[in-house]
Design a protein around this ligand. Structure first.
Ligand code: 4NP
Length: 157
């Protein structure tokens, strides 16, 4: 069976994309379809490589019984051959990922999309970066991600 591979991408890979990854994993586990997927997350930047997600995001997720365990890594060219879907969090991530994909001469295989396209309750055009904001920002990001990640799964099911 060919698995569906999904990579969530933000800037630092310590707030939004590891949360999206954990929410998606939780959702496919709850739907007993986890064996059909390969799921990962990455950042366009390299500052936080190897680190656990931001504690504020891990705590906010833990309150919803979502456990974020991934360690940050930077997106790499081979990801375009490995992942069917690359889901970015904001316009800047999206553009950076597209630029990276276009820099390669080999046509990449991934579909690069914005996760917000799949939101139904939240009409904000981007998933806001919570890193420099207060605690409330993390819950808001989780609300948006729960909505949009569900929408994404529905769209490919
Ligand atoms: P993320 O948030 O892209 O959702 O992981 C950020 C984390 C760190 C930084 C920026 C955004 N930073 O500038 O270090």
């Amino acid at each position: 069976m060919n698995k569906i591979s999904v990579l969530f991408v933000c800037l630092g890979n310590i707030c939004r994309s590891p949360a999206a990854e954990a929410i998606f994993i939780d959702l496919i586990n709850k739907n007993s379809i986890a064996e059909k997927f390969v799921v990962d997350s990455a950042g366009t930047g390299s500052w936080h490589v190897g680190k656990l997600a931001d504690l504020r995001m891990r705590d906010a997720a833990k309150n919803r019984e979502i456990y974020i365990t991934s360690r940050a890594r930077q997106i790499k060219i081979s990801d375009f051959e490995k992942f069917n879907y690359i889901l970015t969090m904001d316009n800047s991530n999206f553009q950076n990922v597209i630029n990276l994909k276009n820099r390669e001469t080999k046509p990449g295989y991934s579909k690069v999309l914005k996760i917000q396209e799949f939101a139904s309750k939240f009409k904000e055009p981007e998933v806001p970066d919570p890193y420099f904001g207060g605690e409330k920002g993390f819950d808001h990001v989780l609300d948006i991600l729960e909505d949009s990640v569900k929408g994404f799964l529905k769209s490919i099911s």
